[in-house]
Design a protein around this ligand. Sequence first.
Ligand code: ZN
Length: 243
Amino acid sequence: MELTVLGCSGSYGSPAAGAACSGYLVREGDTAIWIDCGNGSFVNLQRQIDPADLTAVVITHTHPDHCVDLYGLHVMYRYGLERTGFPVFAPAGTEEAMGALASWGDTFAWLAIDPGDPAPVGDLRLAFSRTDHPPPTYAVELTNAADRRMIYTSDTGPNWSVDAFAPGADVVLSEASYRHDDRRSPIHLSGTQAGAAARAAGAERLVLTHLWPEVDPAVVVGEGSEAFGARATLAAVDLVVPI
Ligand SMILES: [Zn+2]
């Protein structure tokens, strides 16, 4: 299994973070899942893979920096590739909420995320957990046939943790929006909080993402690494993480 970062800027695009907001491509064999369609991530996806080869999309929540590039995929699929029934996992109500700006037709098969119901997608198994973040937001766990596992926290405050899933994940991809002494909102984590949670959950490797554009990445990664007890990796566009 392999993770490729398509976008990692927190909340709005930043030149320092390669411009694009949250987007991640996870591949296992012929299975390719695009998780979060943040602004700018679709361009970076197209540099990695022919979009026609995607297996499914996951939208973790309807904040624009996690979903708006789904509109671009829709236009390509509906009017270019004339595809139908493509699976899109998203919180219940996403089709209607985003539908104010799109006429979806039958391009997508909308699948409401259900945290109690793990979903097989190609060669991977997906499980979800509701995080501490408005609107309804879901962390994603991806497991392959060899039980290698990645957990993506999506956005969350400190009242949810990766320990909602089984301990010992091979990779935890965690949001880390702020410096610990400058937490501007309770709906996100600091690097310290992300590192402590990953350590408590026995993660093998920690990748930090969704840093607020104005914070110094070196400070957040330093705090995250100290709390994790090992060097954390800073997400960057085109970073590839084997899992
Ligand atoms: Zn959010």
